[in-house]
Every structure is written in C-alpha cells, then in structure tokens.
Design a protein around this ligand. Structure first.
Ligand code: DGY
Length: 321
C-alpha cells in the first residue's frame, strides 16, 4: 500500500521524523526559518493527504480548494486562528493543534514578561551594555513590585491556570475573567472570578490569554485601556489582534497605563519603525511563548502523532473539530 503523502511547511529535524518514515511519506519545505511560499503550498496541497502547518501559514477556504484528498491539517500551535476550521470541516478535513505540551513553557514566558516589564529588566540590561551606568541613585531604574500585587488574567484556559500558579508563588492576588467559571481552578489554585470590568479596573497587571476569535478581536481597545489603573501593566501572550495597537500606544504615551509586555503583535514580524517599539516602558518579544527546545520538539512530535494516527485510520490525539 502507498504511504500517505504528508507535507510540512517547515523543515523538521531528522531525529524527530525518523520513526515516522515507515508509515508516512514526509516531504518538507527546505527551510526551517523561511516560510513556504503560498504557490508551493498550493501545489503541495493538491498532492497531500496531510499537512503540518505553523501559525504563520494561513489555511483558508481558497487554499483548501486546492486540496482534493486532504484528511488532516496538523497545526504546530495551541492557537488555530490561522486555520479556517469551518471550511476544513466542510471538506471532512480534521484539524489538530498542540495543547498541553506547551502549557508550562508558555506560562513561564508569560510570567517572565510580567516581571521583566514590572522591573524594567530589558531597559536596565541595555543601560549597562550602552555604558550608561554611572552612580547609584535611590530611584535608578526603579520599577514596580510584583509580589502582593493583583494579577487579572483574561482567558483562564490551561495556560492561564499555569500562570496563576506561578503568580501565587510570588504572593500575588490572582483573579480572572473567563466566558465560563473555573470552579476547580478557583478551589485548587485559590483564584477568584470577577467580571471583565471589575478585573480591568482593579488589577495591577492585566494579562491577555484569550484565543483570537471574532469576539476577542480588538478586545483591548481605547475604552478598556481607559478603565485600567494608571499604574497598571498590560501583558499579551495570546494573539496580537486581540489588541488595538494604536489604542495601546496612545494609552502608554498618555500615561493612561504604565507599561506593557508583548510577545505577540497584529502583524508579525512587527515593523522596526512601529511606534510601540519606541517606548522604553514596553518589553517586546518575537512570539516566543512556547520556544524552548524541549517544548518545540514535543509540539512537532504531537503533530506527527496526529498525522500518523489520522492517516492510518485512528483517532487524532488532539483534534479541534
Ligand atoms: C501557540 O501555540 O498558539 C503559540 O502562540 C505558539 O508559540
């Protein structure tokens, strides 16, 4: 029997793909860093039974029109807003993501971003490297405390819960807003549910961890930033489009809020001339939430497991539809 044709939009390491060679005919785009050109992806989709995508590949209705016998799109991310799941469903294509394996790694980064923004870590490191370090002074690069402050988590999924645990270790007061109450997490971690407005108005740190959907697009806008404390710091580790970036810039510039830590942007990579990058009180990272070697390897392996299962007639491990 012919092995199923699988196309990966990025080059994957041999030590991870080797054990799938017996049951998958795996073809890959030649670069690990450069995304596959859309024309190549279209041609590959015509042949493919399965495809491994990343969050920078837009798998929309038009692209799926080029597939004739595609059975699975395995997306190497927990978020799947880059995939038109309804269009995939219409064509009986299974979509899978990579939850769980990245939870702790992403929570580590989210909390790192929070502490870095609060304590001005990046600004301070640049200050030393630029040779600006002169005399000690009482308020030199003084930031905001993290301990005993209030963290408001918007979007209490797996990553939210993992962030809450870390925050509790820092003696923070942790509250959350979510579409549904998380009674178990409230009990186990000691977090409180609050209405969106309450949370926004009273938190010292507001962290966005919602998935990107129609409802959450530009959830953080002028009106919301106005409700936050002037001393608050906004952290985003979900998707850039959940934030109106012009409104965020204006809020930071006018002192409506104090600072921000951003791992995600509406357009990635963000342009070096983007006004947000000119602000010292903003820590910007290049979407590295899940970027540890261990976790990226686990994400690739989970994608390959999903592909291998579905293409041999078994259940997907982590289906989203
Ligand atoms: C995800 O998995 O959705 C993350 O954003 C990738 O780092």
């Amino acid at each position: 029997m012919n092995k199923p044709y699988v196309y990966s939009t990025r080059k994957l390491p041999e030590h991870l793909t080797a054990r799938y060679k017996n049951n998958l005919n795996l073809y890959m785009w030649e670069s690990e860093t450069e995304p596959v050109p859309p024309e190549v992806l279209k041609q590959e989709l015509e042949k493919a039974d399965g495809v491994l995508t990343t969050l920078t590949d837009q798998v929309d209705d038009q692209l799926l029109d080029h597939s004739s016998h595609l059975k699975i799109v395995a997306n190497m991310a927990v978020g799947f807003d880059n995939i038109d799941v309804d269009s995939a469903e219409k064509r009986n294509v299974i979509v899978t993501n990579t939850p769980d394996v990245l939870t702790d790694t992403t929570a580590d980064l989210a909390f790192t971003l929070l502490t870095a923004a609060a304590r001005r870590v990046v600004e301070a490191a640049e200050y030393v490297k630029e040779g600006q370090w002169g005399k000690w002074s009482p308020f030199l690069l003084a930031g905001s405390d993290v301990h005993h402050k209030k963290l408001g988590i918007v979007g209490m999924g797996r990553i939210g819960e993992a962030v809450a645990k870390r925050a509790k270790g820092f003696d923070m007061d942790v509250a959350y807003y979510n579409r549904t109450r998380k009674a178990e997490a409230e009990e186990a971690i000691g977090v409180r549910y609050e209405s969106f407005d309450n949370l926004i108005e009273s938190s010292d740190f507001v962290m966005c961890l919602v998935p990107l959907t129609k409802e959450t697009t530009k959830l953080f806008n002028t009106e919301v930033f106005k409700k936050m404390k002037h001393s608050s710091i906004f952290i985003n580790v979900s998707r850039g489009a959940t934030v109106d970036e012009d409104a965020l810039y204006a809020a930071l510039q006018s002192g409506e809020i104090k600072g921000a830590g951003l791992d995600v942007f509406e357009n990635e990579p963000i342009s070096p001339s983007h006004p947000l990058l000119s602000l010292k009180q903003v820590v910007c990272l290049p979407h590295i939430g899940s970027a540890s070697i261990e976790t990226r390897e686990a994400m690739i392996t989970l994608c390959l497991e999903n592909l291998s299962n579905v293409l041999s007639g078994k259940e997907a491990v982590t289906p989203v539809n």
